[in-house]
Structures are given as C-alpha cells and as structure tokens.
Design a protein around this ligand. Structure first.
Ligand SMILES: Cc1cc2nc3c(=O)[nH]c(=O)nc-3n(C[C@H](O)[C@H](O)[C@H](O)COP(=O)(O)O)c2cc1C
Length: 202
C-alpha cells in the first residue's frame, strides 16, 4: 500500500492541464463545492490574511461566463484569427463548470497599511496565495475525476465579470479554471533535469 506521502505526491504529479473536457461530472455539485471550500479554507496566505475569493460557476452561469469572454475577445482579436479563438472558447464552454479566482484587494491594502515595511510585497504575496489555492483546487479536482486548466482572460474581462456576477468592486480577478470530465489524456510533458532546479547543500 502507498504511504500517505506517496499518495500526496502522486496526486501532485497527476494534476495536469486538461483541455478536452465535457460537461459531465462524476461527483455531485455539493461535493465539488465541499472540496473547493476546504481547499480555499486551508490554503495558506500571508499573515493569514485569507484574501482569496472564489466564484464557482455552474450550468447557465458557466455558459454565460464563456459567452462574456468571447464577446470581449471579439473586440480585440483580428477577424482572420477569430475562428480559432471561438473554437478555443467553445472548448472551455463545453466543460462542466468554471471556477473564478479573485483576491480581495481591500485585504491587501489593509495589510500594506498594517505592515508598511512589506508594502511592496503584499500584492505579490496575494498572487502567491491565490496560486496556492488554485493548485490545491486543481489537484483535488483531478483526484475526483475532473480535469481542469488554468486560463487568464483578465484584465480584459474584469468589468464585465463584475457586472454579470455581482462581484464586489474590491475583488481582483486573478485566474479562471474551466473543469469537466476529461475526454482525452493530457498532452505529453517534458522535464528539464531536476538537478538543474533543486540543489542540496549539506
Ligand atoms: C502561473 C501559471 C499561468 C498559466 N497560465 C495559463 C494560461 O493562461 N492558459 C493555459 O492554457 N495554461 C496556463 N497555464 C498552464 C501551464 O501552461 C501548464 O501548467 C504547464 O504547461 C505544465 O503543464 P501541466 O499543467 O499539464 O502540468 C498556467 C500555469 C501557471 C502555473
């Protein structure tokens, strides 16, 4: 039997960017929400500021989101490239749901005030905290049989997202994670030697 440590490392290894997704889920919405809540709750943040915010979009709200992204892209993508863009967005819209990751920027500003020495670091730490929550959510979705990818259509869509989903003005959109049941394996991935990346001094 695998040790707890190896189970965890295997889960980390199994998390992949999955783009071929369908609008089905092997688990209930209640279970999805429970997993995301637990992941967000326990992901660390600078000074335990808990600045990460998440919006889980399901069904017509998920579809509405990708329509909104497409509408924003229509304004800036050259006509001859738009079909490609449309196909890509359609692939995300075909998924089961989308998780939007935000940072509560008022919390970040409050931290800056509270710790003037770290003023410049606070926004960076907010992004780092958000990424930690993203990674936990991404990994647990994969464990549950749901593939996901990480997208960044912000800041292009920031204002329309706030309006469409009644998002507080102080929530800064950081990332978008479409998820669903994978219909194809993840693409091959290459690795540079780990010895170039991890050094040990003893
Ligand atoms: C900070 C960060 C930003 C990323 N942004 C995007 C993105 O905008 N669109 C996308 O398709 N993938 C994005 N990715 C996914 C990476 O391309 C992917 O994780 C990487 O190629 C390794 O593949 P894997 O996720 O299958 O392990 C991002 C990943 C990270 C960590």
């Amino acid at each position: 039997m695998k040790s707890k440590i190896d189970c965890f490392l295997t889960a980390v290894q199994n998390r992949r960017s999955r783009y071929a997704l369908e609008g089905k889920s092997p688990i209930s919405d209640t279970e999805i929400v429970r997993m995301v809540e637990k992941a967000v709750r326990h992901a660390p943040s600078a000074f335990n500021s808990q600045s990460t915010r998440v919006l889980i979009l399901l069904r017509n709200r998920h579809t509405e989101f990708w329509n909104l992204v497409l509408a924003a892209l229509r304004q800036c993508v050259p006509a001859q490239q738009f079909q490609q863009t449309q196909d890509k967005i359609a692939s995300f819209a075909a998924a089961y749901g989308t998780i939007l990751f935000f940072e509560e920027w008022e919390r970040v500003a409050a931290l800056q005030q509270q710790f003037p020495t770290y003023q410049e670091n606070c926004p960076l730490w907010a992004y780092q905290a958000n990424a930690m929550a993203e990674l936990v959510v991404w990994t647990v979705l994969e464990q549950a049989g749901l593939g996901a990818s990480l997208q960044h259509y912000n800041p292009l869509i920031d204002e329309s997202v706030k309006k469409a989903f009644s998002v507080p003005a102080s929530w800064k959109l950081i990332a978008q994670m479409p998820f669903g049941t994978p219909t194809a394996p993840a693409a091959d991935k290459t690795f540079i030697p780990i010895s170039e990346r991890v050094k040990v001094l003893a």
